[in-house]
Design a protein around this ligand. Sequence first.
Ligand SMILES: [Zn+2]
Length: 683
Amino acid sequence: MFARPTHARSLFVTLILLAALDAAATSRPDASPGTPKLALIVAIDGLSWERLDSFRPYFEDGFKRLLDEGRVESACRYRHLNTETGPGHSSLGAGAPPRVTGIVANRWFEARPDGGLRSVSCAQQWDPAPVPGKPPLFYREVARDGRLYVFALSGEWERWQQSGEIGLASTRPNAGPDGETLVFDSPDAIRLFNWRHGRPEETFPPAATITGPGNLRVPTLADRLVEARPGARVVALSAKDRSAVFLAGRDARHAVYWYDRDTGRFVTSPAYDVNRGAGPTAAAVVREFNRTQAGARLVSRFGLTWSPSPPPPAGPALPVAPRDLFDYQLPAQGIGFPHDLSRDPAGYSAGFYVSPFIDELLADLALALLESEALALGRRAQPDLLLLSFSAQDLVSHSYGNESDENVDTLRRLDRQLGRLLRALERHVGREHVALALSSDHGFAAIPEVHRRDHPGASAGRLVNSERAVPNFVERLNRLLVDELCLPVGTRAIFGVEGWSLTYNRPAFPLRRVEGPCGPADARLEVGVLDEVLPRVITRHFAEELESVLPVALRDTWPRTRAAEFALNDLDPERSGDAFLVPRENVLMHWDPARGAGHGSHYDYDAHVPLVFWGGRFPAGSVSDDSTPHDVAPTLADLLGVALPDAVGVSRLRPEASSTLRPQSPRSRERRSEAAASAAGTR
Ligand SMILES: [Zn+2]
C-alpha cells in the first residue's frame, strides 16, 4: 500500500499532466472558468520530505489524502543557505530565494545610520506611522521647580519619582504654557503633549519597531493578486509572526494574524490595515474567536498537559524513540510524556506554543474564517488566497528532536487537522475550485549528539551562538584571531554570526597590531585581512565542525559546490554578512550548548522538503523531476492569472518546468561540478 510509483508510471503521469495543463494554460483569460476560487499555501514548519515520506504509514487523514490524491513532487529542494523560517516563508510567498527577497536569515546584522552595526529581526520594521499614545497609554504631566515634566513611559515616571533622573530626556526651554521649560521622557510624550495642548505635530525619525513585512524587497503572490484583482482577499495565519507576514507580503489590505505567546490570542500589527480589503471582516471573526476559543479559554479547551494520542487501532506499530534521548532534550515543559504546559517559565500560553495544540488552534481559526459568510473566502467573483503555516513540527523538534515520540505525535495530530481543513474546503468551496500547495520552509537535522552516538565515526556536533554560553563560537573565533594577527587582547574583529552568515566588525577597522611574532607594533590591518586569515583559522581550529569558509569579497573564486550555490542564493550585500561558513553534515549553529535540535544548512535533511499540489486542477500522481519551493508561488500565480516578474521559480504547470530546464538532480549536478572543480584545481 505504500509502494512508490515506478519511474515509468511517474513519467507517464507527468506527460499526461503536462499535456492537459499546457492546453489549459494557453486558454487562460482573466477569471476564466478554470481559475480557482480559492488558492492556498499550506506550510508545515520544519517538515522534511524524508520525514513526511517515512511516516506515510502512520497517516490516516489529511496527509494521507494529500499524498494519495495530490500531485506529489518528491524531489523538491531549497537551494539557499540559512534554511530557516523567515527565508523559507518569504521564498514560498514570493517565489524567489533570499538573494531576491532580502530575507537572508531569521536575524541579521546591518549598518546603523551612525556607522555602527545592529542586529535586526527579519519581521521587524520601523513603525511607518506611529499614533500618539498607542502604545503606550501612560501619560503624566508634573510641574516642579519651574519645569513641566511630561511622561509617556510609566517606568521613566517611577524612576524620576525615586531618583529625579530621566533616561533620555529631551527639553524645550521656556516652551510651556506658562513659559516653563518642558522636559519629555520620549518622542511619544512630545506627540501626546502637542496633541493634548492643540499644538502642531513635530516629526521625528521613527523610533519604534513593529512586526511587519518592511524588510521584504519584492512583492509576493498575494501582493500581485490584490493588485491585479482588486477585491481579492488575502488571509494569512500562523503561530509565528514571521511565517504569516512573509507568506502574505507587503500590501496593507492583507489580513495577517499570528499567536501571541503572552496572551494566547491571535494578533496583527499596524503594518496591516484592519479597515481595508479582508481587514474588517477578518478582524471581526478573529475578535470573536479570541473571545470564545483562545486566550483564557485555552486551558479549559485543551487542558494543562500534553499526552500522546492513542495508537491507531490498525496499521503498523508507531516508531518508538529511545529513552536515552532524554539527556539531549530541552526541558522547558518537562522531559517525557506527559508534558505539563503550565511548567513553562513564561506561563501556560507560552508552553501551549510548544505543543501540537497550537496547530489545532490554528486549524480552528482557519475553519472559522472559511465558515464566515461575511468573508466568503472562495465564494465570490474574485479568487481569494488563504495562507497557513503550522508551526508545531518546528517548535517540538527544536525542543525534543526530530526523532522523538513528541514529533510522531505532533505529525499524527497535524494529520487530523489537515483532514479537517480539506473537508472544510470541500464543504465551503468545493475541491474543483481549490488549488492548494503544501510545502515547508526547511527540514530538520537530527540531534547531533544522538546522531554521533548512533553513527560512530559520522560527523556531527554543534557550534554555540548564544550570549549565555561562554565562550560562544564568535568569542572563540575572536580570541583565535587575536593570536593569529597579534591584536590587542579583547579585540572584536568578528561582530557576530546569524545562521551560517558571519559579519565582520567593520566599524572597528583598521585594527592595530601589538608587537610580537607578527612583527612591529602599529601596523594597520584593513578588513580584507579577515578574508585571508579566516580559512586558515577555521581549518586549524574548527575542522570537526566546519568544512570551509566562503568570504563574500572573494566570491569569484568560490569552488563550484552545492554549498557555494546555496550561499550565492542567500547573498544580499547589505544583510548576509561578509562570509558564509560551510558546516559539516549534522553540525548545528545552536543556542544551547548540549540540548535540542535545529536546521539551517544546505544538506538534504534541511533542504529537501515536501511539495504537494491538491485541488481541482491537479490530478493525482507522482513527479520525480527536480522542483523547488520557489515554484509554489509561480504555479499558483499561473492558475490565478497573475504575473510574478520577480519570481525565480517557475510554474510547475509549464512543460519547461519539468523536463527541459532541469534534466539533472542537484546531487548529480553537485557531483559533476565538484569533480569538475577538483579537476580544474580550484578547491
Ligand atoms: Zn521554520
